[in-house]
Design a protein around this ligand. Sequence first.
Ligand SMILES: NC(=O)c1ccc[n+]([C@@H]2O[C@H](COP(=O)([O-])OP(=O)(O)OC[C@H]3O[C@@H](n4cnc5c(N)ncnc54)[C@H](O)[C@@H]3O)[C@@H](O)[C@H]2O)c1
Length: 328
Amino acid sequence: MKVLVTGGAGYIGSHTCKLLANLGHTVITYDNLSTGHRQLVKWGDFIYGDIRDEARLRYAVHKYQPDGLIHFASFISVGESCSDPGSYYENNILGSLRIMQVLRDEGVRPLVVSGSAAVYGLPDMVPVAETAALNPINPYGRTKLVMEWMLEDFAQAHKLPWLALRYFNAAGADPSAETGEWHEPETHLIPNVLTAILKGQKLKVFGTDYPTQDGTCIRDYIHVNDLAWAHVLGLSYLLENKPSMSINLGTGSGVSVKEIIRAVEELTDKKVPFLVMPRRPGDPASLVADPTKAHKILNWTPEFLNIKDIIATALNWLSLHQENLLHI
Ligand SMILES: NC(=O)c1ccc[n+]([C@@H]2O[C@H](COP(=O)([O-])OP(=O)(O)OC[C@H]3O[C@@H](n4cnc5c(N)ncnc54)[C@H](O)[C@@H]3O)[C@@H](O)[C@H]2O)c1
């Protein structure tokens, strides 16, 4: 396959590019480097471009004639989406719309997009299946839901084949540390727990009074290479003219904040210094995927099922790239 990857200079995108290239596919990264890193584009060609720039996108699709697209490019921080909703609506919705319009005009081809568990908001039932109510509670989640609606409409009107993969919590890094998680600022728990140890800073734990076993929030951590694999399967699935749909990606089991802290302490033999903070508004107590549909439709099963194994890959990446990631 020849695959155009928007956001290929980012965390999940770069892992997917590596996997595609290792499987012998041709990969082209399209990215404006707003949050991504040129150093992570190591597999295939790079086009510097913004997804909102229709002419540039059209040029890329026209030049490479990809068999399919994987669309990761978006802003990803829930907190920032609340303080600056305009840039989220513009980047995530307008950018996704431009991609669909260019595909409509240049010849429709399969499009796999990064969805998010944020479309479920505060779910009534855990584990969460795709049939759960779609009720995002922040602008970030709403941009992901609107993107799915646009896909449904473009499929109806223009036969655009699509899959929206709704990830729960992406985690870990490529075990060889050729790429990894590099967000600035980092808002995700595992790198922040590791940073607390490596930099001796206090980790903030938001809420220890949730109705969970140890009082802290439970999430479903899915290794980034397992996510990457689902995209490859997803694109192959669409190339077989199979139906478009939304699919959850998670392991199906939840891990609490305190369990993450304990796992890091065991791996590093060091105590994680932390501060208990009040709950953050909009954080569900527990968010765990029901991944049955991904198994059934894509024949996808995650390889990384042990949280310690996932954290070990993140620790390896962070330890080897401290000067870039931690500025030490
Ligand atoms: N990381 C997670 O846990 C998680 C969970 C659910 C969903 N997602 C989704 O997965 C996708 C990838 O997330 P990530 O963690 O790899 O984020 P990331 O910030 O590391 O990567 C996003 C990439 O998109 C690029 N980009 C952003 N806006 C662009 C634009 N207008 N034009 C061109 N390129 C642009 C950035 O430069 C960056 O390289 C996002 O769509 C995100 O919403 C991530």
